[in-house]
Design a protein around this ligand. Structure first.
Ligand code: ADP
Ligand code: MG
Ligand code: MG
Length: 254
């Protein structure tokens, strides 16, 4: 049975329709890569799945485990195991990164009727998970976003995922390039978190990431739809031919 099932999803932001009828099925254990040119709606899809309020769904269905997802708020979706790494919009001096993460984990645990973790237990958990992303322990006490490099932000996202242990993880690679070390570490963390009952959607503009995170399926998005799907070879084909060629020759003219 699918973990995630999307049918004819339409969504708009600021009165502009961005997703024009998107279909996608993700089963437990699978890693799906979504590629596509800038502005094709990849991040919009991620935000819509996470339930971010700026995006208005205007059509279609999304089910998680066969149950409607679109009627749920962002916290309820998180409680059901949907994860989109949160980017802190601003630097928050004096508020530690780990404090933020513990708050998120405990909110999740409360929503599931589980006991909160105290500071000591959380620290032990966080230390273990930080090894996964080769994160410097000094990071623990750094203020939120204060001088985080692109690579550190990305590691932090994987740390969030490792701590929150979602069933469906959505990773939206920012267009800013990661250096090769950061890429390797991030991919290593992601690969370590692959499991038969967890699925991942990895959004990337570049095929490079997929040398490290080998997806089961690759989808190409263009103008708010998935216009082509295939195996990992599709990513290589795109690298070679580029998106323009795909749009000329593809089945769905966009
Ligand atoms: P991608 O992630 O594939 O680069 P996005 O989902 O970020 O694409 O953007 C798709 C389109 O939606 C773009 O044309 C972008 O300008 C527009 N868009 C996204 N977010 C907003 C927003 N908050 N307000 C207005 N337009 C937006
Ligand atoms: Mg973009
Ligand atoms: Mg984007």
């Amino acid at each position: 049975n699918p973990l995630l099932s999307i049918e004819g999803l339409k969504a708009r932001v600021a009165d502009k329709e961005i997703l024009h009828g998107l279909d996608l099925v993700v089963r437990p254990g699978e890693v799906h890569a979504i590629m596509g040119p800038n502005g094709s709606g990849k991040s919009t899809l991620a935000q819509v799945l996470a339930g971010r309020e700026t995006y208005e769904v205007t059509g279609g269905r999304v089910a998680l485990d066969g149950e409607d997802l679109l009627g749920l708020g962002p916290e309820q979706r998180a409680a059901k195991g949907v994860f989109l790494a949160f980017q802190y919009p601003v630097e928050i001096p004096g508020v530690g990164n780990l404090y933020f993460l513990r708050t998120a984990l405990n909110a999740l645990r409360r929503s599931r009727g589980e006991e909160e973790l105290d500071a000591m237990d959380f620290l032990a958990l966080a230390k273990e998970k930080m090894k996964l992303v080769e994160m410097d322990p000094a990071f623990m006490s750094r203020s939120v976003n204060e001088g985080f490099s692109g690579g550190e932000k990305k590691r932090n996202e994987v740390l969030q995922m490792a701590v929150l242990e979602p069933r469906l993880a959505i990773l939206d690679e920012t267009d800013s390039g990661l250096d090769i070390d950061a890429l390797r570490v991030v991919a290593g963390g992601v690969n370590a978190l692959r499991s038969p009952d967890r699925a991942m959607i990895v959004i990337t503009h570049y095929q490079r990431l997929l040398d490290y995170i080998v997806p089961d399926f690759v989808h190409v998005m263009a103008a708010g739809r998935i216009v082509k799907s295939g195996g990992r070879e599709l990513a290589l084909e795109l690298e070679e031919k580029g998106y323009a060629e795909l749009r000329r020759g593809g089945p769905a003219e966009v």
